[in-house]
Ligand binder design. Structure first.
Ligand SMILES: [Zn+2]
Length: 293
């Protein structure tokens, strides 16, 4: 089996898996891989990714000119070309609309909390590229901001994009993002998330080399915030780092602390901002007055 035919078969298989897992509906999503230094093998426009055959793929150059194939290349070809242009290390690009991750993208909530070790080591933080009209040149513009530093991102009101050193690497990052989104959703429905402490996150960052993970985005930056992963004065890479609290061990971070915990924290002199209902505040004042008597 030649490299090209095995890559065609891999694209068919990854498309089938994406469709079977509900990451795409109808003709959504697209997949591409590098075919040598200056050519790409890409899914065609307007086909269901669950029912592709190897002969359907298009071959284009890095400027998007079709070199081979009966069909036109993906409507999101410009986004794929932008990724390859900025990431010589990337061999494959996967785009899909996995529903839970896309829900976060619609809600405008990035997956940026330090909660799962395997997500931290493989992807770090998962930012949201600004909304852009699908299939236009706006989308590559939006993706450009984060792609130099990130192997995976959400696309606002649209879906998700992942890249990798091979096609399965890119596809598994899509699985990781959707899995992470589902777990984050459940944790938030349960009302709290235990964030992994910053010290542990830094330890995980150090383990990337041990596991041979080549994710470009630093998980933690010092100071936290926007960082330049690959300095380029004209077009700097933007990196979003994870939210990880300082302090040894795990720290409980409650999104919605229950009233008893809030009162206990208030009574213990915790200066973290808390919100009390009028009734809770009255009860606290009454307790304080009683203790003075
Ligand atoms: Zn899409």
């Amino acid at each position: 089996m030649t490299t090209e035919s095995s890559l065609r078969a891999d694209i068919v298989e990854v498309g089938r898996r994406m469709y079977a897992r509900g990451y795409t509906a109808s003709n959504d999503g697209n997949i591409s891989v590098r075919l040598g230094a200056d050519r790409l093998l890409m899914t065609p426009k307007s086909v269901c990714k669950g029912f592709m055959t190897a002969d359907m793929m298009c071959i284009t150059d890095l400027n998007g000119r079709k070199l081979q194939g009966d069909r036109d290349p993906s409507s999101e070809m410009l986004m794929h070309l932008e990724v390859y242009r900025h990431r010589p290390d990337v061999q494959a690009v996967v785009h899909a609309h996995p529903p839970t991750a896309t829900g976060f993208a619609v809600a405008g909530i990035p997956l940026d909390r330090a909660v799962l070790a395997e997500v931290l080591t493989t992807l770090g933080s998962i930012p949201i590229a600004e909304y852009a009209t699908p299939s236009t040149s706006e989308l590559p513009d939006a993706v450009r901001k984060y792609i130099k530093a990130h192997d995976g991102m959400l696309l606002a009101n649209h879906g998700a994009l992942t890249v990798g050193g091979d096609l399965y690497g890119a596809y598994f990052k899509m699985e990781t993002i959707e899995h992470f989104a589902k777990i984050s959703l459940v944790a938030r429905m349960l009302g709290r998330e235990n964030l992994i402490a910053r010290e542990e996150v830094l330890r995980l960052q150090g383990l990337r080399d041990t596991y041979g993970i080549k994710a470009p985005a630093p998980i933690c930056a010092d100071p936290p915030g926007l960082e330049t992963a690959a300095p380029d004065a004209e077009d700097p890479a933007t990196c979003q780092v994870v939210q990880a609290p300082a302090g040894g061990g795990q720290r409980l971070v409650a999104d919605t602390p229950d009233p008893r915990e809030r009162k206990a924290r208030a009574a213990a002199g915790d200066e973290t901002e808390i919100r009390l209902t009028y009734r809770e505040l009255s009860a606290l004042i009454e307790d304080a007055i009683r203790s003075l008597r």
